[in-house]
Design a binder for this molecule. Structure first.
Ligand code: RIB
Ligand code: CA
Length: 308
């Protein structure tokens, strides 16, 4: 497939162990052209997520630029998830310190340039809090004309994993999520509902370990990932976003009206999904309600097999 036919994407990420798997898959998928990786504060602070993104592109030997994003949510203070991903954000594998540096341009300017200079629409794949995306759309609204869709990991049709009703990416920056969900852009939401039903078990992780250098690295990270355990099953949340981009037919989806709670201290960050259209509002989000679990696992393992 020549470069002109590939789907152009920008990954906005807070690596993050499950982010690392999604980034690996995206970088080695022959149908995709990853134009830029932008980093955001989330799982760990933005200095670490930026350094981790640089470590990953260097590990994979890919010449994809990395641009550093904002260091805190729009309103709230950052509450990271280092208990899940480790202090570094990628505990478990000793990456070499990266030789390359992030772009001079910060994330939203770098995204704006890529989007406005592209001769075909760009897909945004945010797999962390939506702070950068909200700022991009607010500061440079002209980019909306050349964004194909936003395929994000975040939210839930049920409960949360950071607060009782808040999924981590949404609850970390509810105000940013509200801006993005109100943007009028085509949004696909890959929420917690998927991760709870498509767990990687020990035998799956062992298969991944034996694949290649990337599989071995991922296995080392998995041993430190607190998004489950090797035995109880690991939740590969961020990989659902890349899976939807390359094989959407694996997913059961429903177009719904979705709003983000930003005021209640009890439910801030909750994605309120109007599955039964009680409010009669026009849908603004394609919500992924489920995934073919066996097919997703085989797809994930085959995708990692394409890495170095
Ligand atoms: O709730 C899961 C999300 O929060 C994933 O993106 C994970 O990396 C963390 O950022
Ligand atoms: Ca993430």
């Amino acid at each position: 497939m020549n470069a002109l036919d590939k789907r152009k994407i920008i990954i906005d990420t807070d690596p993050g162990i499950d982010d690392a798997v999604a980034i690996a898959i995206a970088l080695f998928d022959e149908t995709l052209d990853v134009k830029l990786i932008t980093t955001v504060a989330g799982n760990v602070d933005v200095e670490k997520t930026t350094n981790n993104a640089l470590k990953l592109v260097e590990f994979f030997g890919k010449d994809v630029p990395v641009a550093k994003g904002v260091k805190k949510p729009l309103v709230l203070e950052l509450e990271d998830a280092s208990e899940i991903h480790g202090k570094s954000g990628l505990d478990g594998y000793e990456f070499k310190e990266p030789s390359r540096k992030p772009l001079e341009d910060k994330a939203i300017l770098a995204m704006k340039k890529v989007i406005m200079e592209s001769d075909s629409p760009i897909t945004l794949m945010p797999i962390g809090p939506l702070t950068n995306i909200a700022l991009l759309l607010s500061v440079y609204p002209e980019v909306k004309g050349n964004i194909q869709e936003i395929v994000l990991m975040g939210g839930s049709t049920t409960r949360g994993n950071k607060t009782p009703m808040g999924e981590f990416n949404m609850a970390t920056d509810p105000e940013a999520a509200d801006i993005v969900f109100r943007s009028g852009l085509s949004i696909v939401m890959c929420g917690l509902d998927l991760g709870e039903n498509a767990l990687l078990y020990k035998e799956d992780s062992e298969r991944i370990r034996r694949l290649n250098k990337t599989g071995d690295m991922i296995y080392s990270l998995f041993k430190h990932y607190r998004g489950g355990s090797l035995h109880k099953g690991l939740k590969m949340y961020d990989s659902f976003a890349i899976a939807y981009i390359v094989e959407p037919e694996m997913f059961k989806t429903q177009d719904c009206y979705v709003a983000v709670e930003t005021s209640s201290p009890l439910t801030k960050g909750c994605t309120v999904v109007d599955l039964n259209n009680y409010w009669g509002k026009k849908s603004n989000v394609k919500v992924c309600l489920g995934v073919d679990e066996d097919r997703f696992k085989e797809w994930l393992i085959n995708a990692i097999a394409k890495c170095i």
